[in-house]
Ligand binder design. Structure first.
Ligand SMILES: *[C@@H]1O[C@H](CO)[C@@H](O)[C@H](O)[C@H]1NC(C)=O
Ligand SMILES: *[C@@H]1O[C@H](CO)[C@@H](O)[C@H](O)[C@H]1NC(C)=O
Ligand SMILES: *[C@@H]1O[C@H](CO)[C@@H](O)[C@H](O)[C@H]1NC(C)=O
Ligand SMILES: *[C@@H]1O[C@H](CO)[C@@H](O)[C@H](O)[C@H]1NC(C)=O
Ligand SMILES: *[C@@H]1O[C@H](CO)[C@@H](O)[C@H](O)[C@H]1NC(C)=O
Ligand SMILES: *[C@@H]1O[C@H](CO)[C@@H](O)[C@H](O)[C@H]1NC(C)=O
Ligand SMILES: [Zn+2]
Length: 537
């Protein structure tokens, strides 16, 4: 850490503060002009704040500066630490507590299987009657709700199903067992640097989590409550609308993983064909799942003023071959035709470094356009550190395939031509800071590549990807990382306002829906600003 760099930083803060009053009295005109130009270039830089917003901005700025000064003093700031270690510090932050109250608009990049805090899964789902449990030889738990003991198809994979209720009764310490389940359901650990030596290790555990919770979440009565609980957690975090990446029959997630030799043997074969299911073993179609999402969201909106609803981005796993993805494209088109207001489009999920590239699927992905069918794409692209690989070039193909937004776009800053073109087409990136850190793309979030794009005003939204798996909740933790880490000292209320408005502007809502959403958000924003401007009571 450079000692000589330190005294300069408070001076920079001062300079920025002065520049916002357009002070040219210092005589440093060239310098001030540059500062002003950069101020106008960055995300939200062009927003003109109302007097009350200015006041709120000053208050937020003072709190932020106090935290920054403290960080400069100690030499460390939560975004520079691993989230698992930073989490409790973030929760103590005054800035974080303001971000929690801030109306953040929409969550545009979240996955269906990770929207609910895992303690709900343990506390609620695993305590329901008829829950069977087994442990694979590798120590991964599996679950299945059934009236009687599910058949054991492969004794080496899942030696024995036991009724959880009975199993718990025989345990010396139930709390300890429940904690072990929690550990199976998230990536959280005290020493992530030691537990996850590299990206392969962390991804292996990451995908195992979805295997472990699959049988729990895809039980129809749990699934219904799970969705509702997920909406509740985002609503509590002042998020009014969500676009969920979903595979629709959740356990089919496993199919992709099963194709991957690394994971073969993790999963009980009886789960291979499992979809959303009932106690009597009957299973539901993707259509049924779409209707369920629709119904749950509608009921939720009735009881939660201002809640705007959800849309789904039907997704398949990029480990599958082209013929399997052809089928999903077909399904996506059918669902989009049947539920145009609910199914927003299509995406491919799973690890890009080991999965198929968009380029490899290009014929398949041209099918809708070749039939004159409009299937919007929302591709994950460039979630990689490996410049020049096929995963890295996904950002190119996302652009060429007319992706509406780019999921992560972590590699975008390394592709100036793609970036310029995508900007012309107004294609935003969905930045998920904590996900990128936990999955080991970047360790210090001040060095997240979105810092460059944010400084240049590239359109973006902030999202949380798989918050439950990372031990986060809603969007606020990711907003904190973006505001304090990626945005650095210069990010202010304009940045936050632009990010929130972007989440509506770049959503898959229709124009009239967007207008309504923006008005609903604006009303809440105004209340938030008024309260912030007034200061603590
Ligand atoms: C789980 O949550 C649902 C919905 O909130 C509730 O009706 C049910 O009683 C809960 N079950 C358990 C076992 O806590
Ligand atoms: C049970 O385990 C928990 C968590 O490990 C521990 O805090 C608690 O003291 C244990 N209770 C008993 C009775 O041993
Ligand atoms: C997962 O849960 C099982 C069952 O309690 C336990 O044996 C195993 O240690 C847990 N795994 C982790 C990583 O805690
Ligand atoms: C059970 O699964 C293991 C591991 O995947 C495999 O090697 C074995 O052949 C399977 N046995 C049966 C009977 O399917
Ligand atoms: C299975 O249970 C579901 C939900 O309770 C019910 O709708 C369905 O008719 C049942 N199917 C059979 C074959 O019993
Ligand atoms: C992308 O847009 C271009 C120009 O409108 C069109 O020619 C092309 O078919 C589209 N590609 C896809 C995959 O939709
Ligand atoms: Zn994602």
């Amino acid at each position: 850490m450079s000692v000589s760099g330190r005294p300069a930083l408070p001076a920079l803060l001062l300079a920025v503060a002065l520049s916002s009053f357009c002070s040219a009295t210092s005589g440093d005109e060239a310098r001030n002009r540059l500062l002003m130009r950069e101020k106008m270039m960055r995300l939200g830089g062009q927003l003109v704040l109302k007097p009350e917003e200015e006041l709120a901005n000053q208050r937020l700025g003072a709190l932020k500066e106090a935290e920054m000064q403290e960080a400069l003093r100690t030499g460390s700031i939560p975004p520079s630490m691993h989230f698992f270690q930073a989490k409790s510090l973030i929760e103590k932050s005054a800035v974080f507590n303001i971000l929690k109250k801030m109306p953040k608009g929409a969550a545009l990049h979240v996955h269906d299987f990770s929207i609910v805090s895992v303690d709900w899964l343990v506390r609620n789902a695993t305590y329901r009657p008829h829950c069977y449990f087994c442990l694979t030889p590798r120590g991964t738990p599996q679950f299945r709700f059934a009236r009687s003991t599910p058949p054991t198809l492969n004794t080496t994979e899942c030696p024995e199903w036991v009724l959880l209720e009975k199993f718990r009764k025989g345990l010396p310490n139930i709390t300890e067992f429940d904690h072990s389940l929690l550990r199976n359901f998230t990536l959280m650990t005290e020493n992530p640097q030691a537990t996850y030596a590299n990206q392969d290790v962390v991804w292996a555990k990451f995908e195992t989590i979805f295997v472990a919770i699959g049988g729990l979440v895809s039980y129809a009565p749990v699934f219904r409550d799970y969705i509702s609980q997920g909406l509740e957690e985002f609503y509590q975090d002042n998020v009014l609308y969500l676009e969920l990446r979903t595979m629709l029959y959740p356990v089919s997630t496993l199919l992709g993983i099963l194709d991957d030799p690394l994971f073969l043997g993790y999963v009980h074969t009886s789960l291979r064909s499992a979809q959303v299911y009932e106690l009597n073993g009957s299973v539901y179609s993707p259509e049924w799942s779409v209707r369920l999402y629709e119904e749950v969201a509608r009921n939720f909106a009735k009881e939660h003023p201002g809640f705007l609803g959800i849309k789904l981005i039907y997704s398949d796993h990029r480990s599958k071959d082209a013929s399997a993805v052809t089928k999903s494209i077909q399904t996506a088109m059918e669902l989009r035709a049947k539920f145009p207001g609910m199914v927003a489009g299509f995406d491919l999920v799973g690890r890009e470094d080991t999965g198929h590239s968009l380029y490899e699927y290009k014929e398949v992905l041209m099918i809708p356009a070749s039939r004159g069918f409009e299937l919007p794409y929302f591709f994950h692209a460039g979630e990689t550190d490996w410049q020049g690989t096929s995963a890295d070039r996904n950002v190119l193909d996302a652009l060429i395939l007319n992706s509406t937004r780019i999921g992560h776009g972590f590699a975008l800053s390394k592709h100036p031509a793609v970036w310029a073109e995508a900007r012309k087409k107004d294609i935003p990136i969905e930045v998920c800071p904590i996900s990128n850190q936990v999955l080991k793309l970047v360790s210090d979030l001040r060095n997240h590549p979105a810092a460059v794009l944010m400084a240049a005003g590239y359109p973006m939204v902030i999202s949380s990807d798989d918050p439950a798996t990372f031990g986060a909740k809603g969007l606020s933790y990711d907003f904190y990382e973006a505001f304090m880490g990626i945005g650095g000292m210069t990010a202010d209320l304009r940045t936050l306002k632009q990010l929130a408005m972007n989440s509506i502007r770049y959503s898959a809502l229709s124009e009239p829906e967007k207008q309504f959403a923006m008005a609903t958000w604006a009303e809440r924003w105004q209340k938030f600003v008024a309260q912030l401007a007034r200061g603590p009571k």
